[in-house]
Design a protein around this ligand. Structure first.
Ligand code: URA
Length: 283
């Protein structure tokens, strides 16, 4: 049950995003005036004109997100780690034994996933940060707290979704992951998606979006646009999945001006779930 303090924090976040009107049945689910076709169009226009991500004016918080994410080239077939896991437990075990990613040597813990494995919605971020490394759980640090607030504002409990990252270990000092690190983890991520079988895949930030969509387009262009994730045949997923890239919460911590667009994007996710009768078990 959400406590009054939490509700006030959620409300403050929505107001910061420009929300000014109650819509829908759920308490606390607001919209900003003009989620109308016209404003939506204007938002699309302004996004098209957006400059490249500005360098942060203040030192970034201790949260992971790359400003200029790489696009990891897929490994040649013979160099790809073979993933044998047929269940989630086997996958976790296999990742924990995997020695092909040098990050495991510097990380404290493996950060595999969190949330409900039966959820219809799977989120994928970039890589664990300091707090995630300490706890062995994704999105539990500062950006994770913002992420939880964003979900709560849309009436989605963190316990109702499933979340993981492209990398299973923290890059030292939260540095940008290298192509080789990303490429070594990808076969596991693909199997992870195949085992969870979500109805919707949400990619948090540029690294996740560029890697899984195999595109060079940046997150400023990709966010809030529905697309499809087409899994490689060896991953075992047989159909393309609806996929929504979103700004990474760590980016929103630095770039408060993007919060309005981020809120608009969350509303798109919420609408898709409602329109397609995709229920998230919130408890
Ligand atoms: N940023 C991420 O991309 N993942 C985490 O788990 C934490 C911060």
């Amino acid at each position: 049950m959400t406590n009054p303090q939490q509700m006030m924090a959620d409300l403050a976040w929505q107001i910061e995003c420009g929300a000014d009107e109650a819509i829908g049945e759920e308490a606390g689910f607001l919209s900003w005036k003009g989620l109308t076709a016209k404003t939506r169009l204007q938002a699309e226009e302004s996004r098209r004109d957006e400059p490249a991500l500005a360098a942060p004016s203040a030192p970034p918080p201790r949260a992971v997100v790359s400003i200029v994410p790489p696009v990891a080239a897929p490994l040649p077939a013979e160099a790809r780690p073979r993933v044998a896991a047929q269940t989630l437990e086997e996958l976790r075990e296999e990742v924990s034994r995997f020695e092909g990613c040098a990050l495991r040597a510097t990380a404290m813990n493996l950060v595999f996933a969190d949330g409900n494995p039966a959820s219809p919605v799977m989120f994928i971020g970039e890589a664990p940060g300091e707090e995630e490394d300490r706890q062995g759980k994704p999105f539990v640090g500062v950006s994770g707290q913002l992420f939880d607030r964003m979900l709560a504002a849309a009436g989605i409990a963190r316990s109702g979704i499933y979340i993981s990252n492209i990398l299973f270990w923290r890059p030292p000092g939260n540095r940008t992951p290298t192509d080789a690190e990303i490429a070594s983890c990808i076969p596991f991520v693909e199997r992870h998606i195949a085992l969870i079988k979500p109805k919707v895949l949400v990619l948090l930030g540029g690294v996740a979006a560029k890697t899984l969509l195999q595109t060079k387009e940046g997150i400023t262009r990709l966010h809030g646009r529905w697309t499809t994730y087409s899994p490689p045949p060896e991953s075992g997923v047989d159909a393309a999945l609806p996929c929504l890239p979103l700004y990474h919460p760590a980016y929103l911590l630095r770039q408060a001006s993007a919060k309005r667009q981020a809120w608009n994007d969350i509303l798109l996710l919420k609408k898709h779930l409602t329109d397609n009768n995709i229920l998230i078990n919130n408890e």
